[in-house]
Design a binder for this molecule. Structure first.
Ligand SMILES: Cc1ncc(COP(=O)(O)O)c(C=O)c1O
Length: 443
């Protein structure tokens, strides 16, 4: 039976961002808390919260019940109407989002949240270009993939991309694109964007993941985002914070920009808003942008926007974040996770750096600690070359720990309800699995 499920899935469902013949999905039958179980009854620790989204953990009864209860009452509502959850979730978001964000567009994914942000930015500014950074992922559709700096854009470049993106170097101190050192660098990566804006015209927005997720949990130094805010204001360009992955207490604050008290003009989020239980994307905008559309056409919308059952899930999830003391847990367990990963760093020559914030960490591999040469480059993934972090992740999975390996980083991001024992179990598996990478590294 399970073989049928795997075989039918293999034949008729796309495995995404991969060459199909290498996809061997495991059949998962149930999940609870930080663990999920396969059809052979084997339990796995979810050390990457599935796709860094199941923040409250699997099987939360209150969220499930809220979804069920609302579904019984209202299964769908046209965007032309309103209902209690449309008002209530918006009110709750006002309390936790950066203060200047006052109005929301609700969609069904992070990609759509970004797509809406770009459209809003272009309608509001009547300008076209967007500055993004190379190490970024912003979504899979035409506009959002066009502003994605990493390898996923390359296969569709030109015929599925929207013109007008300029890429800037990222803020990545361990492998600084300018080969400088912090703090004597003077945050050249931010100043470079100032330089770009001196030379470019028609720029609507600069978009950043405040803490870069998919591309290796890049936490900027404290001056970076405030400086970017200054620069974007000076040139009258919008700042969009893409918090699809970094939002929802993942880094210890509701949204990562709040670590540095930065107020973006537009914020995008998804994933943790419903803890992944239902598909919901959110695009929040400032009062200035909101006011603009009082007199101008808001030319956007779709059938499933602000779907009431997804909004009910959002409300229940925010209530759970509060009730379960998630913020406090992220601080406490996050510090412990950082300590444990640093122990691994000391032990394994293949680890170049571990870095992170809250319960959002990356283990960044290197072939050689002196040169900091990565084990793999993004183009290795494009051209189907073996990826060492994928081998490390497979080995960890054999030991009952699911963790994501992307290009050159292992993304450690357990559900935000994790306790020390979960961290210990995950770190133990990584300790064993990293031996594979050590064989590729200069001792
Ligand atoms: C920063 C960021 N933006 C956008 C997206 C796209 O979100 P989704 O996969 O929900 O469409 C992601 C997905 O991981 C993301 O990390």
């Amino acid at each position: 039976m399970s073989e049928d499920i795997i075989d039918l899935s293999r034949r008729h469902v796309f495995g995404t961002w991969r060459i199909q013949k290498t996809w061997k999905p495991v059949n998962i039958v149930s999940a609870e808390g930080c663990y999920f179980t396969d059809s052979n009854g084997r339990r796995y620790l979810d050390f990457s919260s599935q796709l860094i989204c199941i923040n409250i953990g699997h099987g939360n009864k209150n969220i499930i019940d809220a979804i069920y209860q609302y579904m019984k009452r209202l299964q769908y509502l046209s965007p032309a109407f309103t209902c209690d959850v449309r008002a209530e979730l918006s009110r709750m978001l006002l309390e936790i989002m950066p203060n200047n964000i006052v109005k929301f567009f609700y969609s069904t994914s992070g990609t759509e949240a970004v797509e809406a942000a770009l459209k809003i930015a272009r309608m509001y500014t009547r300008k076209h270009k967007v500055i993004s950074r190379y190490k970024s992922y912003h979504g899979a559709t035409a506009a959002s993939i066009s502003i994605t700096g990493e390898w996923r854009r390359i296969p569709v470049e030109g015929y599925h991309t929207v013109p007008g993106t300029q890429f800037a170097p990222e803020c990545y101190c361990y492998r600084c694109p300018f080969k400088l050192n912090y703090p004597s660098c003077g945050i050249t990566c931010a100043e470079y964007i100032d330089y770009m804006l001196q030379h470019e015209d028609d720029v609507a927005a600069v978009i950043v993941e405040p803490v870069v997720g998919t591309n290796g949990v890049l936490v900027p130094p404290p001056e970076y985002l405030p400086r970017l805010r200054e620069i974007t204001r000076e040139y009258n360009v919008l700042l969009i914070a893409d918090e699809v992955m970094s939002g929802w207490l993942r880094t210890g604050e509701w949204f990562a920009v709040q670590h540095w008290r930065v107020e973006p003009d537009i914020i995008t989020t998804a994933k943790g808003v419903t803890s992944g239980y239902l598909p919901l994307g959110v695009t929040g905008v400032s009062k200035e942008i909101s006011d603009y559309f009082e007199e101008h056409l808001f030319a956007h919308g779709h059938t499933y926007e602000a779907h009431p059952v997804t909004l009910a899930a959002g409300i229940a999830t925010i209530n759970e974040y509060h009730k379960l003391g998630i913020k406090e847990n992220v601080k406490k367990v996050g510090e412990y996770l950082g300590r444990r990963l640093r122990e691994l760093e000391e032990k394994h020559p293949s680890i170049g750096e571990v870095r992170g914030l809250g319960l959002f960490w990356a283990v960044d591999l290197t072939k050689d600690r002196k040169t900091r040469k990565p084990m793999n480059n993004p183009k290795d993934k494009l051209y189907g070359k073996p990826i060492i972090v994928e081998k490390v992740a497979s080995k960890a999975f054999e030991q009952g720990v699911f963790v994501i390996g992307w290009i050159n980083n292992i993304l450690v991001a357990p559900p935000l309800i994790a306790v020390r024992e979960d961290i210990d179990k995950g770190v133990e598996a990584l300790d064993e699995a990293l031996k594979i990478a050590d064989q590729e590294a200069t001792p």
